[in-house]
Design a protein around this ligand. Sequence first.
Ligand SMILES: Cc1cc2nc3c(=O)[nH]c(=O)nc-3n(C[C@H](O)[C@H](O)[C@H](O)COP(=O)(O)OP(=O)(O)OC[C@H]3O[C@@H](n4cnc5c(N)ncnc54)[C@H](O)[C@@H]3O)c2cc1C
Length: 438
Amino acid sequence: MKPNYVQKVTNWGNFPVVEKEIRSNDSVSKIKDFVREHNEVIARGNGRCYGDASLGEHIFSTKRLSKFIAFDRLNGIIECESGVLLSEVLEVVVPQGFFLYVTPGTKYVSVGGAIASDVHGKNHHAEGCFSECVIEFKLIDENSQVITCSREENPDKFWATVGGMGLTGIIISAKFRLKNIETSYIRQESIKAENLDEIFRLFEESEDWTYNVAWIDCFQKGKNLGRSILMRGEHALKGELPPDLQKKPLKLKQKFKPTVPFYFPEFVLNSFTIKVFNFLYFNKQTKKQLHNFVNYETFFYPLDAINEWNKIYGKKGFIQYQMVIPKQNGKEGMKQILEAIAQSGNGSFLAVLKLFGKNNPLAYNSFPMEGYTLALDFKVNKGLKKLVDQLDTIVETFGGRIYLTKDSMSRSSLTDYLKNVDSSKFVSLQHKRIVNNK
Ligand SMILES: Cc1cc2nc3c(=O)[nH]c(=O)nc-3n(C[C@H](O)[C@H](O)[C@H](O)COP(=O)(O)OP(=O)(O)OC[C@H]3O[C@@H](n4cnc5c(N)ncnc54)[C@H](O)[C@@H]3O)c2cc1C
């Protein structure tokens, strides 16, 4: 008989699905015992990575490490256990006039997951990765000991762990800095770009803005290749807001959200429906340029507005393919990527382009490098591996790499940039796959 802690488990892409041991505990001594007694342990936060990064033979879920430890309002420093979600941090800190320095495109990631993937947001060119705001964290290491890691204490472990994808141990708590905000609103500008030349020019012109991101219509070809909308933003000051918003400048948004009730049948999401969606999305903005104030939820987390939206891809699931191409080759690389996708007919429902600035060289395991990064969602189907191979070849030709936290099937040469993480203690299915495919 199977022990009851063996379960089916999968991450956000619902691909792959595995049956593995998964345990959770809020007692540090019990977690230490778990690490001591097993090899091939991997931490799992909220499973918002897309593929197999937080899957392994013995999964430790941090869901029960969910307590806040301290909040220093004077200096904007918060300390919490690693399973606390960024959404929970925001609920506490936004009404007090603080915001996260760096946030990914979903707020439903754990603090441990944000450190282990060293996540980036729309402000990498200006403010770097999540590690920039991390002061210290506590880690259960391969000897089953709790060690404090910071820039001063165990710095080698600190830098190996940020972006280290859980392969250096289990982060149990963390202390990090927040930024001051006057309001919970973003002063946003949305600008439509007809093609790749225009969107690249807009990115370059927008480097002074703290936040930049573009949505791209992947089905366009020829002179419209790269048709897109750039959204740039700044935290709004109280005095800038229209009078009705000034009454409650640090308001949190209403909580009601619809949920996708079931896995959509295979036929629902196809190239025709994606083309229709793209047409409507591009044309819902009738003016070339729009200025408005939006709540931070709308600006940073549009996808979080619908619970379990990953079910629209059906039961076979989907992958996210995110690559970065160095800046000097950025436009040519993206052109070839978009052409390959348009020709394959494997449309991406979501395609997001961002500009990375220089990365902190100390954070050697972090994914970003100075350049353009594109994230694409593809439904799992028979032709997908071939397309991924084709895209990998382009990325490799231009000296780019693939983001591990999104990866499910890319070639090893593009994903084996992790260093100082090899141990038999902490092993993910992703890392095994990469090592075996070398
Ligand atoms: C809609 C959506 C949008 C996203 N947008 C972005 C984005 O803009 N930028 C970006 O950078 N990422 C983005 N992501 C990816 C996401 O931010 C990362 O995958 C993040 O690491 C997920 O955190 P998690 O808590 O869900 O961790 P999991 O998905 O469970 O794990 C992710 C990795 O972190 C490790 N890990 C988790 N917790 C711990 C811990 N306590 N100790 C040690 N290791 C741990 C795991 O082993 C694994 O390697 C997005 C994901 C989604 C679903």
